[in-house]
Design a protein around this ligand. Structure first.
Ligand code: HEC
Length: 198
């Protein structure tokens, strides 16, 4: 027989869950703390809430990178706290051309990623009601020297919206910030706290 308190608990959970639902263990996808103060368990729980929706969204229109990046190599132990990309949680994947080099997080004036390298960064944040909100998939593609992208370090910047549609980005907007990483071939790299040990 259900007691009043379990009924109340279920009702509260349903309320908290809102339209975002809840995880299999009943953890509602609502996060009260400021993301900056998130513990690892909260970072993990938030990612678990959104991990499937993110990939499904980026792939929804058959985008050539949005549909495949999850098969690529992880560049970190997992997502990390919001940072430079507009208070978003971030998690980057590297294609086969890029992965070995990228995951050394190397620097040096002569560091140049191989042509064909693609880096795809998932982003998501919290809505005002503290439920997860998918953000764009940010992309950098290394192209041959000598073309239009030369002024941007031979990187082409692009992005996919959370609904899978292409998102127009201004090359100079992205590169003006990325060029600060001049001795890292314009790559920012994941936060040191989540880098893979190697
Ligand atoms: C205000 C600065 C800033 C702007 C503007 C910016 N980025 Fe970044 N980006 C970073 C930093 C810092 C990192 C590395 C740390 C991180 O992941 O948060 C990064 C990482 C990335 C990565 C992962 C590869 C890497 O550099 O390690 C991709 C892909 C990326 N950005 C794409 C873009 C695109 C596309 C745009 C334009 C729509 C853009 N960025 C605009 C600061 C910026």
């Amino acid at each position: 027989m259900k007691t009043l308190s379990t009924l109340a608990a279920a009702a509260t959970l349903a309320l908290l869950g809102g339209t975002q639902g809840a995880l299999a263990d009943g953890h509602a996808c609502v996060f009260e703390n400021d993301p900056i103060d998130f513990e690892q368990s909260e970072i993990d729980a938030l990612y678990a809430c959104i991990v499937d929706d993110l990939a499904a969204g980026y792939a929804a229109e058959g985008h050539e990178i949005g549909s495949v990046y999850r098969e690529w190599t992880a560049t970190a132990t997992g997502p990390y706290n919001p940072g430079p990309h507009g208070d978003r949680f971030l998690n980057t994947f590297a294609n086969d051309v890029a992965a070995d080099q990228y995951n050394q997080y190397a620097f040096g004036d002569d560091l140049v990623m191989p042509v064909g390298s693609i880096l795809a960064k998932e982003s998501y944040s919290l809505r005002k009601d503290n439920t997860p909100r998918p953000g764009p998939l940010f992309i950098m593609t290394k192209v041959e020297a000598g073309g239009d992208a030369e002024e941007f370090g031979n990187w082409v910047y692009s992005a996919v919206q959370p609904n899978g549609k292409n998102m127009g980005v201004k090359q100079s907007f992205c590169h003006n910030c990325h060029q600060a990483f001049a001795d890292q071939d314009s790559m920012g790299y994941p936060d040191p706290s989540v880098r893979l040990s190697n």
